[in-house]
Design a protein around this ligand. Structure first.
Ligand SMILES: CC(C)(O)CC(=O)SCCNC(=O)CCNC(=O)[C@H](O)C(C)(C)COP(=O)(O)OP(=O)(O)OC[C@H]1O[C@@H](n2cnc3c(N)ncnc32)[C@H](O)[C@@H]1OP(=O)(O)O
Length: 258
């Protein structure tokens, strides 16, 4: 499929989506978000793809929603158009693992987009922040909620109320980021993680992802009940039999995603 604001490529079972508005620091305009959603849905439906990486440029993962596109919008417009909800909420609906590989600025909607992914791998150049307060608004794509769950109230308040940026090291320390790597190794690292995931059983990966995400939406008791049921369901797969047989027979498993 041809896109204007994203570039896509595949390598083995990994799909890479690169945000591609370099002059605007990958500001997330409506068209870019529409294209991103279309690409994510297409890869999610493609049986040859097992993991998806979203990345930006060296200078910016994304500097937020497109402020120039947003500035003239009125309350009735954002309300009736379902601004954000319509185009932005695709990432959390994707069943396959989505990795954000972040270098440079991940601000506002850029930080929110990264947080919608299942894992953030950051270059040592990455800078995260929710500077919407500078514009007379607040984060509107989940920032106040996902950031608070990821880093806790103290740090979330600090970032949201002061608009300050935090670097990759601080972001890793406070739990926003899974790994920090030198900038020139960012994509290699993300690809390695994606390839490892792709070598595993697709159903158990999707179910593991769903179960971890459930922790953000429910109580501990409900979450554990959910985990138990979904854990039982994996005993209905051929991959569970194969994984355990391979262990007992001291050989690598050969998963068939069923
Ligand atoms: C999703 C919601 C609901 O949560 C809302 C949001 O996301 S609101 C947006 C939040 N993000 C920001 O407020 C960050 C805005 N950008 C900046 O503060 C700076 O650009 C910077 C600190 C990231 C980088 O500064 P600098 O290196 O000095 O580069 P600039 O000259 O400022 O930028 C280069 C070029 O990119 C355009 N740009 C940058 N960010 C955006 C944006 N979010 N929307 C639209 N355009 C953006 C900037 O205007 C420059 O373009 P030109 O004016 O030179 O054409």
């Amino acid at each position: 499929m041809a896109y204007e604001m994203i570039l896509t490529e595949t390598e083995g079972a990994t799909a890479l989506i690169r945000l591609n508005r370099p002059k605007a620091l990958n500001a997330l305009c409506d068209q870019l978000m529409r294209e991103l959603g279309e690409a994510l849905r297409a890869y999610d439906a493609d049986p040859a793809i097992a993991a998806i990486i979203i990345t930006g440029s060296e200078r910016a993962f994304a500097a937020g929603a497109d402020i120039k596109e947003m500035q003239a919008r009125t309350y009735p417009q954002v309300y009736f158009e379902d601004f954000i909800t319509a185009n932005w909420e695709v990432v959390p609906t994707i069943k396959k693992p989505v990795i954000a590989a972040v270098a440079g600025f991940a601000l506002g909607g850029g930080c929110e987009l990264a947080m919608m992914c299942d894992m953030i791998i950051a270059a040592d150049t990455a800078k995260f922040g929710q500077p919407e307060i500078n514009l007379g608004i607040i984060p509107g794509a989940g920032g106040t909620q996902r950031l608070t769950r990821a880093v806790g109230k103290a740090k979330a308040m600090d970032l949201v109320l002061t608009a300050r940026m935090m670097d990759a090291e601080e972001a890793e320390r406070c739990g926003l980021v899974a790994r920090v790597v030198p900038a020139d190794q960012l994509l290699d690292e993300a690809r390695k993680v994606a390839a490892k995931i792709a070598s595993l059983s697709g159903p158990s990966v999707a179910i593991a992802k769903e179960s971890v995400n459930r922790a953000f939406e429910t109580t501990l008791a409900e979450g554990v009940r959910f985990e138990r049921k979904i854990f039982y369901s994996l005993f209905a797969t051929e991959d569970q039999k194969e994984g355990m047989a391979a262990f007992a027979e001291k050989r690598p498993p050969s998963f068939r995603n069923r």
